[in-house]
Design a binder for this molecule. Sequence first.
Ligand SMILES: [Zn+2]
Length: 420
Amino acid sequence: MRPLRSAAARPRTDPDELRDLHLRKLRAGLAEVLKTNAFWRSRLTEVRSWGDFERLPLTTKAELLADQASQPPYGTNLTFPLDRYVRLHQTSGSSGDHPLRWLDTAESWDWWVRIWSEHVYPAAGVRAGDRIFFAFSFGPFIGFWSAFDGAERRGALAISGGAMTSEQRVRTMLDLRATVLMSTPTYALRLAAVARGLGIDLESSEIRVTLHAGEPGASIPATRAAIESAYSAACFDHTGMTELGPTGFSCSQRDGIHAIESEFIFEVLDSAGRPALEGELVATNLGRWGMPLVRYRTGDRVRVSREPCSCGSPFLKLVGGIRGRVDDMFTVRGVNLYPSQVEDIVRAHPEVTEFVIEHRRVREMDEVSLLVEVTGEGPTDRLEADLRQALGVRLGCRVVPTGTLPRSELKSKRIVRVEE
Ligand SMILES: [Zn+2]
């Protein structure tokens, strides 16, 4: 594996200076938004101080979906006339919701592309001259569209992997001597399995960096190790949301995600809505004024650290990345668990090729089991023992035939809830 970038140590941003920057950007943006944007006019008042900001209401995805349902197709969160917008994307709908539509102006798209070029790619050591392969369908889900434009901005060669089978993607990466792979972590592992089946050795490919989004896998140690070993490359994480923009990146320290505080206001709130070091991440974007979000509840559970990072980044760190979705928590015999904790154990078992956590509610009782696809005979005793050791509770495993669990190159759903 090649050495990772070592950045010169930079001083941390002064908290007062950061707050001043945030207030300045927010006040300038809201001045325009509050003139014309019906959604925010009905919710916000002018922000003069930090105290004013902290009194603004929180916003949820359910409210945005309800707004779009009542005023189709885009809802009322529009600062400009429709002809000012140049891009339309939508959420993947993987959580079972109706997709949320999101419009960008040329300025807000440029903001997103610049963050890739200035923050996310440099942190992963991606540079001009790299050849970046996007193993992604290029459908309406925003996925890697912004990363594709960001690659061009960075001076790299952006290679679309849309409308290809997994085998075609493996062969194209090799034929074009790609140096960077962009995909979800689950799909990177699937491509590696396809390559193995074809007798192709990806370890000797020119892939130097893999960069992932859509799922927390690249911050989960066992998943990251499995990807790094399959590609003999350094694996990096990126966080973002269709409705928010690109929020963070993993650094050379590899123990979390830096939240891009120059472009967002981040808050972490406990279940009572009070500021905390551990809780739900709430974000306000400061560069997407055509369809902005103020105090948006991401649904992501995080723990933050403001300790200086040896990579030199001035931004706060989400320790261990995004630990899970607030609504993905499940309980086994009184112990609260998140899918990422299970994934960290499962990915250390290379015989498991796919998995899903099945949460059944049978007559008011929770029954949780792990459905796995395995290569070869693969008894699950060792996996069950490791899960019990790590999680402190017994989680039964059931082997299902290969190909029966859902597969997606977008976000994989790791928990399936069944009511009986
Ligand atoms: Zn760092």
